[in-house]
Design a protein. Structure first.
Length: 125
């Protein structure tokens, strides 16, 4: 099992790399703090309806092992416009409505320009 076929047979995506200046993905890395004992409920909301975000190449929700209330979200989008448009998707708006009461604080999100990586969904042609 070598190359792309081997990765595919294991259910793993091959590495994706941006090609040239015309390909500029949009990334966000953010941290939020849930209210005490609400992190799991907030995480569940963040992970619902992930298939309804056109232009989303990667959306990772992670628990901070050093803080039982902290959640990190790492996102990669085809472009910034896709991210902005996702905030108008009814399922996303509903998740925001349901999740907001469970959030104690938001840290500043960091905007990034992803250039590739393993597990990153391939950009649409």
């Amino acid at each position: 099992m070598a190359g792309v076929a081997g990765l595919a047979s294991l259910g793993l995506a091959p590495p994706v790399r941006a090609r040239g200046a015309e390909v500029s993905m949009y990334g966000l890395i953010g941290k939020m703090t849930a209210l005490p004992a609400r992190r799991d409920a907030l995480t569940a909301i963040l992970l619902e309806s992930l298939g309804t975000m056109p232009g989303c190449l990667s959306y990772i929700v992670a628990h901070d092992p050093a803080d039982e209330t902290a959640i990190w979200v790492t996102e990669v989008w085809t472009d910034e416009a896709s991210h902005r448009a996702s905030l108008q998707v009814p399922e996303v708006k509903e998740a925001i409505r349901r999740g907001m009461p469970l959030i104690a604080t938001f840290d500043d999100a960091q905007v990034t320009t992803p250039v590739g990586g393993v597990g990153l969904a391939a950009r649409p042609a």
